[in-house]
Design a protein around this ligand. Structure first.
Ligand code: BES
Ligand code: MN
Ligand code: ZN
Length: 493
């Protein structure tokens, strides 16, 4: 999709459809919309008066052959209440407009900004929305439906030329998020740990990142007991993926951000096998890993001033004659002994070794992302990412980034009371909490055992990495949640 800033008056911009938006409070119609309406002979105002153009969020009004415009159609999108309108709504509005129009096979579009949204942040949000809205999960469809034909071009109208850098930035971020979504949507037979590692290596070569792929022998020689325990039941060998970005002129003493992502390319549960209903979705259990790899793509292009590395343990979780069994004890890379009560709590086992390795590679600040627990869905539904953090300032910084990026995240507690729930009778710790409740927290507390004094944040994206149903602004399937927040963090740390 070409996205170009255009400085000419909106009336002369040629397009199959010109997109703009109206607020609930636009009674009467004001600003650039009033200018537009005078070309239309007051049609918009009359529609407002009869209650047909209400400005309800994502309400679509399509006018054909609007008089006075070079564009062949005018799409007015409802923008909701002005006081609730933020960059997040603007991003989704742009995405929803693209989805509505591409469903009508329209592919040369223009987007007209209202006066209040003519800054760089808004231009970035719109760019991101356009590209995210255009994404489809149709790779394996031999007959593409009309609605999946990609949009060719969008002219951005109303912004000054000075927002150009923000448009470039928005493109890098959205394309990186879509890169993550593509990986996450891949079925497990087409994205094994080895294939994921190859994809990461190819990305590193293209983008000029350092890359180290550890195979099963190297993983064994590093004594990554958790990754080995989970992978031993599978015919597919594990991989540990490391990507690294170093800035050209690092400031002395700058932090090193270590991103650790869970990549279970398929989670059957292992011997503690999952019910078959809905199990096909467990191909997305590598969303955390895909997301941090995609963050590295954005980082390579946006070049933040700090060093960033990602560590992605990748494996399948399978039952079988060689699989680990409930009650087994293994030694993690850190030296801690772990009793495996439930083989379906596998994510924390591989992340533990990933965190240990990221610390060994010099990370001073750690963030992990993982589809870790069903319990986070109980706590926060499919709405917020669960955020667990040891350091208040660092955690607040990440939550601030999430706000700017338009990703919903909610802080969850840690605490010593929960540590007691993962004490084992035979080993140092066990991989599930005893007693009822707090499953997302005991999972986070397990990970907490593998970090020391460095600020650490755990993102539980089990409820937010996947959409079961399409939304006006998004295709169903992988969301790529977390990417925008983490990219923002690389520029603020
Ligand atoms: N991958 C799952 C968590 C998950 C659940 C992701 C739903 C996406 C949607 C994880 O490995 C898992 O199985 N967790 C168990 C832990 C339990 C056995 C303590 C869970 O949440 O049920
Ligand atoms: Mn599991
Ligand atoms: Zn899992």
């Amino acid at each position: 999709m070409d996205i170009v800033l255009r400085s000419e008056p909106f009336a002369t911009v040629e397009a199959e459809a010109l997109i703009t938006y109206v607020f609930e409070q636009d009674q009467p119609i004001r600003g650039v919309l009033a200018e537009l309406d005078s070309l239309l002979g007051g049609r918009l105002q009359r529609m407002v008066e009869v209650g047909e153009l209400r400005g309800k969020l994502y309400e679509m009004t399509l006018l054909h052959e609007p008089p006075g415009l070079a564009a062949r159609r005018l799409l007015v999108v409802g923008a909701g209440k002005t006081e609730k309108f933020t960059g997040a709504e603007l991003r989704r509005l742009a995405a929803a407009a693209v989805r509505y129009l591409k469903g009508r096979a329209l592919s040369r579009l223009a987007f007209l900004a209202r006066e209040e949204q003519r800054d760089a942040a808004a231009a970035q949000a719109v760019t991101e929305g356009l590209l995210l809205g255009d994404f489809e999960m149709d790779k394996y469809k031999t007959e593409k439906k009309d609605g999946s034909k990609a949009v060719e071009s969008v002219a951005l109208v109303g912004w000054p030329e000075a927002v150009h850098a923000a448009v470039v930035r928005g493109r890098v971020i959205a394309e990186s998020q879509n890169f993550a979504r593509e990986l996450i949507n891949e079925p497990s037979n087409r994205l094994t740990p080895r294939i994921l590692a190859e994809r990461a290596a190819a990305l590193a070569a293209e983008e000029g990142l350092e890359c180290d792929i550890l195979d099963e022998k190297k993983i064994a020689s590093l004594r990554m007991g958790g990754l080995l325990a989970v992978s031993q039941g599978s015919a597919e060998p594990p991989r540990l993926i490391v990507l690294r970005y170093r800035p050209a002129n690092p400031r002395p003493g700058a932090p090193v951000l270590g991103l650790v992502g869970k990549a279970v390319t398929f989670d059957t549960g292992g011997i503690s096998i999952k019910p078959s209903e809905g199990m096909e979705k467990m191909k997305y259990d590598m969303a955390g890993g895909a997301t941090v790899i995609a963050v590295m793509r954005a980082v390579a292009r946006l070049k933040p001033p700090i060093e960033v590395l990602c560590v992605v343990p990748a494996t399948e979780n399978m039952p079988g004659g060689r699989a680990q069994k409930p009650g087994d004890v293994y030694i993690a890379m850190s030296g801690k002994s772990v009793e495996v009560i439930n083989t379906d709590a596998e994510g924390r086992l591989i992340l533990a070794d990933g965190l240990t390795y990221a610390r060994q590679l010099g990370a001073t600040h750690l963030v992990d992302a993982a589809t870790l627990t069903g319990a986070i869905v109980v706590a926060l539904a499919n709405v917020n990412v669960g955020v667990f953090g040891t350091d208040d300032a660092f955690t607040q910084q990440l939550l601030d980034c999430a706000k700017v990026a338009g990703e919903k995240m909610w802080r969850m507690p840690l605490g010593d009371e929960y540590a007691e729930m993962i004490r084992s009778t035979i080993a140092d710790i066990q991989n599930v909490g005893s007693g009822k409740g707090g499953g997302a927290i005991t999972a986070a507390m397990f990970l907490r055992e593998f970090v020391e004094s460095e600020p650490w944040i755990h993102l539980d994206i089990a409820g937010t990495a996947w959409l079961d149903e399409a939304k006006p602004w998004s295709a169903k399937g992988a969301t790529g949640v977390g990417l925008r927040t983490l990219v923002e963090l690389t520029h603020r740390l």
